[in-house]
Design a protein around this ligand. Sequence first.
Ligand code: DPP
Ligand code: ZN
Length: 879
Amino acid sequence: PKTIYLKDYKAPDYWIDETQLTFELFEDHALVHSRLALCLNTERHAETALPPLVLDGQQLELQKVVLDEQELVEGAYQVDSDSLTLQPSRAQFELALTTRIEPQNNTALEGLYKSGSMFCTQCEAEGFRKITYYLDRPDVMSRFTTTVIAERERYPVLLSNGNPIASGEHEGGRHWVSWEDPFPKPAYLFALVAGDLCLLQDSFTTMSGRTIDLRIYVEPENRTQCDHAMDSLKRSMRWDEEVYGREYDLDIFMIVAVNDFNMGAMENKGLNIFNSSCVLAHQDTATDMAFQRVEAVVAHEYFHNWSGNRVTCRDWFQLSLKEGFTVFRDSEFSADMNSRTVKRIEDVTFLRANQFAEDAGPMAHPVRPDSFIEISNFYTLTVYEKGAEVVRMLHTLLGEEGFRKGTDLYFERHDGQAVTCDDFIKALEDANGADFIQFKRWYSQAGTPRLNVRSEYDAASREYRLHFSQVCPPTPGQPEKQPQVIPVRMALLDRDGNEIPLQLEGKALGNEAVVSITEAEQTLVFENVPNCPLPSLLRGFSAPVKLSYPYSRDDRVFLAKHDPDGFNRWEAAQGLAVDVLQGLVEIHRAGRPLNLDQRLVEVMRSVIADAELDAAMVAEIIRLPSEAYLIELAEVADVDAIHYTREWLRRALAEALRDEMSARYQILAAAGSGAFSAKADAMAARSLKNSLLSYLMLTGEQQVVGWCVRQFVEATNMTDRQAALVALVNSPFEQQREAALAEFAERWAEYPLVMDQWFSIQAAASQPGALDRVRKLMEHPLFTMRNPNKVRALIGAFANQNLINFHALDGSGYAFLADRIIELDRSNPQIASRLVTPLSRWRKFEPKRQELMKTELARIMAQSPLSPDVYEVVSKSLA
Ligand code: DPP
Ligand code: ZN
């Protein structure tokens, strides 16, 4: 496999102005006829020296090549496993091709494939080349017209990008529809769907008064689960008008739900294709978390219409241009729709447990990578989530208004273009007269910077000094880093928790300020500080760094109770829990008895009793840091000790706070037993109630098991039902657990997404014997390795969430995962490659586990053939 470098980027030799496609769909193959109007890129070549045309194409059977109405004989063009080459004789010419493909046998789910009885496509990043020969690169933007021809009976609905322009009947029960997309687009945004689908329809009036036809297509049995997605879509459209001034541009916007999909969803122009898990939501079948995910993904894909489609990426190294920006946009949307602080806590928790681990592992790469083997491997947490944090910092530095001026200029300047991250930054700079030269290191340097802070108070001069030092650890290919711009949102608190007005070098900054740390070592001197304050640093997680300040546990307790900033109150409680757990791990490793720090108990007690505090905040504060996060924080992670002490602490807290927890649980259970509501406060109440239930179950009291079973049986929604099931499955009450699992499976057998939950809950349960259970579940009639959601639900949940069993010291978890990767690589390399992640993190563990994990990686590496996807991740992991 070949490495591709950003520094080798060259504009294409030819452009494709027009792309006309005709698809003839049959039961065992499809014919793809393309007619391309090409022209020389005169900025690169003179008309007197025409370069050969090299089109990308893979796994295609080429049937016909017609150049300017002349059919070419074999020998007049060259075909190899990934290209078609021919020599044009004019600077402008027309090329017509026919290729034959077999969507029915396409198990990689890239290009044109079948999901159930439906035809659908996934072209990002390089799937279009599996449909026909093309310049399959995002800087080649073309106007597409698409005709789909298929049997009417089986495929009454035929969709593609843009607006429908004509349709008709053919002989033999076949029919056709033509679609025209007026906006030039790269091939990765092409889409086609053919199926027997039902339609949920609505409309939206844009800010300029145009009426848009909104359509969600799903398989008939899912008809009743689309309302939430439709509602989310309308709110997204309004929000993008209000917050970014962006109006929708076609007359029709379609979403199609498919069951077999590698990613969450895809923003194809005018025709978004979604994993059904990111569209369908009904309270009977979907949890509150699923509702929020649907809302976020619908928004994300819709927002791509501007940040991604109207302005797209020049090359795939710029992926974060659209993904980082769009994740930032969707997270702000969700923050506006729900609780801003809770949304931020969720995002930061996710980032620190997962993206920080990526940054510290063998696949660490900058937000704008400078090389790759397989681009599919770079749809990463770094490109998406860290990319969004980088955009968030720009937003913080420029402020709401300045940022908006910048994005207005960006959209205006680059509409219809394929651009780079530098172009994005340039627009923000130009609109604000700002200078982001140093800031751009966030795009080119990998790794999570550490920001160490110390303080000094001088009572005589009333000066308070904060000493900052930043250092970013080496990452593959980047041994040394330059200091980055780190915006620190902060305040200083007095002994009552009030903010002290900030005066920095003679300037009054108000009670809260954003200070930029730009040097490796930097000191800020605050003046007129009456008493030694306690700093509240990095509020709202204003930069994706690992902050360390020598807070005592008492300091953290104080901040958890008094910081006026909600996010940092949570952060202080979380920091206290981390500190307590890290201490317990040390005590446990030394073979000494564990003891419970009463300060943590008091913090939890006070929030559980606090009826004023948003229930979702309470739920976040009492949630202990995850095992994954504790592993990430550890130098060498002792999985057993982390699991043991965390479970011990959960039980100890449950016992210490039994009365408070059960009182609050009862109140919430009684209040939530009425009609279902999907409003934020109702969701928050369920979240807290279920978090309390899971603690209470650890007391082992029969009475609590009774509550849990009752909640399972009487729940009016999937959130409550599923939470009760999780609590039972993780309990020692075998009879109740098995009964609940059996009843659940029987009731929801017809609902694949609900059954995904059923698989995943069991795969993640930490009791011994988990691997045997997972093996047995693989034989369940509803399980299949062909469906990515099922693989994620069972194999993914076991390897990523059931850490104590996955890391079993006999190596059985590692061997099991390696077997699945090898098996999947033959059918779906993208999904196989994703599963390598847990093994790739071997350096985090002690020598014995390291050896076992490396042995499995080496076994995968020795397979032949091996996809470039898996090859890249495994070889980099072993390097
Ligand atoms: N479907 C993926 C996303 O929306 C890739 N564009 O992020
Ligand atoms: Zn995206």
